[in-house]
Write a protein that binds this ligand. Structure first.
Ligand SMILES: O=C(O)c1ccc[n+]([C@@H]2O[C@H](COP(=O)([O-])O)[C@@H](O)[C@H]2O)c1
Ligand SMILES: Cc1cc2nc[nH]c2cc1C
Length: 335
């Protein structure tokens, strides 16, 4: 539980979050060197296991309690015709999550993750950001706090996902405002808009950038983000406070996470990129964060799906690291 009642206070919380445990990292690195395999033969799985060990504070960690949190929000900017789907799909999909019928339900089950869904005032969409700030400071802080409180301190891995018709436009606006460039550099087809729809999204983002001049990352989140993006940012920050590593999902999740990194450099050191989304600018955003995605499967679903698929990769890394025999234990001659 953390208390912050303004965006400035949230920035102060971010500045004080803990770092990885270097002794655990060193211990994990040493153990990795003794396991029955040629050095480096498990490739990136080795690096992942050591990173995970550092955040969990144990040279031989376990990964048994992954948590998936899904946040849903509605967007006033949908009035600009930015999505291929109507806004009511957001609340309908929340019901689908609650009844177990969505892709993320099956992925959670497949990888043994708990899952919670948080609908964020769906009947009170954010403002259309071409006309006004998307959220008041109070609304933005409330969403950050909801995200913070949604994290189970006993989880040992967190995936944050979202559902929000129109939110690829918010993600693109955040991308442009945080990393530079114009609307056309950051918009993609989202749920499937055509060429005219894509051009319209670029126009909408450009209007937002012109109206909201502040380049303070948390102000950018408030003015052009959405409740589900703020909640993901709050959850990712809370995970760090609890030393819970995070797998980032696609374009919208990464945009929300980028707000943290731009507020406090290094704020995403406890996060890996789960996958490369088919949403056009996701790769550029990940490059801007210096993150290499674990998977590239052409997913563009959101709702935490790509990150959930990557739980399997991280489980593989930790299982090998913590379960394998050393050369000495197995009586295998080393090189
Ligand atoms: O995560 C992604 O990379 C991603 C890419 C494209 C679409 N989505 C999902 O589609 C919805 C937003 O698309 P749109 O076209 O309504 O802006 C939202 O519910 C997201 O979860 C998600
Ligand atoms: C059906 C549907 C499911 C989704 N899940 C995440 N975003 C979504 C958008 C739509 C349109």
């Amino acid at each position: 539980m953390s208390q912050f009642s303004t965006l400035t206070e949230f920035a102060h919380v971010l500045a004080k979050l803990p770092d990885a445990d270097l002794a655990a990292c060193d211990g994990a690195e040493q153990r990795n060197g003794q396991l029955t395999k040629p050095p480096g033969a498990l490739g990136r799985l080795e690096e992942l296991a050591i990173w995970y060990a550092g955040w969990r504070g144990s040279a031989r960690p376990t990964l048994e309690a992954p948590q998936i949190v899904i946040f849903a929000g509605n967007h006033g900017v949908c009035a600009q015709g930015v999505s291929a789907f109507p806004s009511e799909v957001t609340v309908q999909m929340v019901a689908n999550f609650e009844h177990g019928g969505a892709a993320i339900n099956q992925l959670a089950k497949a990888f043994g993750a708990s899952m919670t869904v948080h609908a964020l005032e769906l009947d009170r969409p954010t403002e259309d950001f071409t006309k006004a700030p998307a959220m008041s400071e109070r609304d933005c802080v409330t969403a950050l706090q909801t995200g913070w409180d949604a994290v189970d301190p006993s989880a040992d891995l967190l995936v944050t996902g979202e559902m929000g018709i129109g939110n690829t436009t918010s993600g693109a606006a955040l991308g442009a405002a945080l990393f530079g460039g114009a609307g056309e550099d950051w918009v993609g087809r989202g749920t499937g808009v055509d060429d005219a729809g894509l051009a319209n999204k670029a126009r909408v983002v450009d209007e937002g950038l012109a109206l909201h001049a502040s380049r303070d990352p948390l102000e950018i989140l408030r003015c052009m983000g959405g409740r589900e993006l703020a909640a993901m940012a709050g959850a990712i920050a809370a995970a760090r406070a609890h030393r819970i590593p995070v797998i980032l999902d696609g374009f919208i999740c990464t945009a929300a996470a980028s707000v943290l990194e731009k507020t406090q450099s290094g704020a995403l050191d406890h996060c890996v990129a789960g996958h490369l989304s088919a949403e056009g600018a996701h790769g550029k955003m990940l490059e801007g964060l210096g993150k290499e995605p674990l998977l590239s499967l052409g997913l563009r679903l959101g709702e935490g799906s790509g990150a959930a698929a990557a739980i399997g990769v991280l489980k593989a890394a930790v299982a090998c690291h913590s379960g394998m025999a050393t050369f000495a234990e197995a009586g295998v001659s080393d090189g």
